[in-house]
Design a protein around this ligand. Structure first.
Ligand code: SF4
Ligand code: F3S
Ligand code: FES
Length: 237
């Protein structure tokens, strides 16, 4: 196969620039392989975060040709190789170096969410359909690609007011768990700012685990917030 040109961001918090590297493309190659080839033969100091190379650890998130993707799940032969392939760090988070971003803000949001708390005296028995419903949300690999693509964080940087789709998925897993006894709707409204989501569904489109983030997590959670805080009958009662 022909060579490809990878246009890779090189830099840090202070700034940087895109640098072109020629990489021989081999059969079955993914973008992460191409980055490793650059590290091995041309730029040993190129920083990239990865771990499993199996689309399961969520570490190798970046933007390939401007789209948030897992580098280890993006095949080179699915890209237009006649033009340079751009590889840049996630835009919604501060760059540490090259393709590595600081995603620690996400862990701070995570700490705001009270964990599973079983209702007192509950019988530990669940219907299969309830298991299936929360199982989808448990597939999240915390790649933060949904956080990266959501315009509320990416373009408006509302990190103080908005938790982001990944954490709506986490709250959905807890709120829809039939044995859980907590109510997190006030948290959703006031601290995680679910009202700022205007259902663009970009998060769902980029999720490598194909979680139906908007339809199955965000919209039902928004309905719960509306029922609790804005339903006129409830307000009168
Ligand atoms: Fe990644 Fe999907 Fe989890 Fe978002 S919901 S962090 S896109 S796996
Ligand atoms: Fe953002 Fe997803 Fe809502 S992309 S605006 S959280 S539907
Ligand atoms: Fe683990 Fe890509 S290296 S998801």
């Amino acid at each position: 196969m022909a060579d490809a040109t990878l246009r890779v961001f090189r830099g840090d918090r202070e700034g940087g620039k895109a640098v072109d590297y020629q990489v021989p493309v081999t059969e079955g190659m993914v973008v992460l392989d191409a980055i490793h080839s650059i590290q091995a033969h041309q730029a040993p100091d190129l920083a990239v975060r990865w771990n499993c190379k199996a689309a399961k650890c969520g570490s190798c998130s970046a933007e390939v040709n401007g789209k948030p993707r897992l580098m280890c799940k993006t095949r080179m032969d699915a890209l237009p190789l006649e033009q340079p392939i751009t590889v840049s760090p996630m835009k919604a988070f501060p760059v540490i170096r090259d393709l590595v971003t600081d995603v620690s803000w996400n862990y701070k949001v995570n700490k705001k969410i009270p964990p599973f708390q079983p209702r007192p005296g509950v019988k530990w028995k669940m219907e299969q359909r309830d298991v299936d419903r929360v199982q989808e949300f448990r597939k999240c690999i915390e790649c933060f690609l949904c956080q990266d693509v959501c315009h509320v964080l990416r373009d408006h940087d509302k990190k103080e007011q908005f938790g982001g789709p990944r954490f709506f998925v986490r709250v959905a897993a807890l709120e829809m768990h039939p044995l859980d006894g907590l109510d997190r709707t006030r948290l959703l409204k006031e601290e995680l700012g679910i009202g700022l989501c205007n259902i663009t569904k970009c998060c769902t489109e980029v999720c490598p685990e194909e979680i139906h983030i908007t339809d199955n997590a965000i919209i039902p959670l928004k309905e719960r917030v509306v029922d609790e805080f804005y339903d006129p009958v409830t307000m009168i009662v």
